[in-house]
Design a protein around this ligand. Structure first.
Ligand code: HEM
Length: 225
């Protein structure tokens, strides 16, 4: 607990939780990509996930805890940094920073709003219940038809735009965030190679392209029911 009173302690929590969240996002992307195999890919994947039963709930609680810690310390560090540098615009121009770095708190909050919408949409089936697995018939093998739910959702331009917009925000957040977590861990072992910056940006771009490929392919009619 003493550790959390220091700024580096809190940065470490941000980096560690951020790393786990990136891990989740990558696994989620790989799982979602099974939609490119067709109904047999994504419906089988979703069924296996749900068959894990109580493990799914343990996983959800851990994920919520990670999100909670990351958001709490993110807001706290931002407020502290602002209070510590009451600088005017002339000085601000000289500080080496990037658009991604300056907007971390805003992109983070947009991702939070997206995550809530996303849960309402695909997990709780509240926003478009008429095209959710709760309303759709089971697939030919008696599984929840996640495939058709995703197709019917992303065929709606409005829904696809929300997802693509959120992924642009995620791209901005990760391109600075991953670099920043490398830096936090790197400072500890004296390793702050600029190559890390490139790896971070590349990872953010791969995640972005991977995610948007799903709504975009569906909108273009490349994947269809
Ligand atoms: C184009 C982008 C995305 C697509 C197509 C997508 C798709 C899905 C689908 C279909 C589900 C429901 C799975 C099921 O009930 O079987 C789901 C759940 C979920 N997604 Fe995404 N997702 C996307 C992006 C994201 C991002 C960026 C995050 C993190 C910020 C995220 C976090 C979650 C979470 C936390 C769940 C709930 C898992 C659970 O039920 O425990 N998703 N997603």
């Amino acid at each position: 607990m003493q550790m959390l009173q220091s700024s580096i302690g809190r940065k470490l929590v941000m980096a560690a939780t951020g790393m786990c969240l990136v891990g989740f996002v990558i696994v989620h992307l790989l799982g979602n990509s099974s939609i490119f195999i067709g109904a047999n890919g994504i419906n089988a994947y979703a069924e296996h996930l749900h068959a894990l039963g109580p493990i799914v709930w343990i996983f959800r609680v851990v994920l919520l805890g990670l999100f909670g810690l990351h958001i709490f310390f993110g807001i706290q560090l931002t407020l502290e940094n602002r209070a510590a540098r009451p600088i005017d615009y002339n000085q601000k121009k000289n500080i080496r920073t990037s658009f991604g770095a300056e907007t971390m708190i805003y992109t983070g909050l947009v991702i939070l709003v997206f995550a809530v919408y996303h849960l309402f949409h695909f997990t709780m089936h509240l926003t478009n219940p008429e095209i959710s697995v709760s309303a759709l018939p089971m697939d030919a093998l008696g599984r929840n038809d996640v495939f058709t739910m995703m197709i019917l959702s992303f065929q709606k331009f409005f829904i696809s735009s929300i997802y693509v917009g959120a992924m642009v925000t995620l791209l901005l957040h990760l391109s600075h965030g991953v670099q920043s977590l490398f830096q936090t861990f790197g400072v500890l072992n004296g390793n702050t190679l600029p190559i890390m910056e490139k790896i971070a940006r590349a990872a953010a771009i791969v995640i972005f392209v991977g995610f948007i490929s799903i709504p975009v392919s569906i909108l273009l009619g490349l994947i269809n029911v």
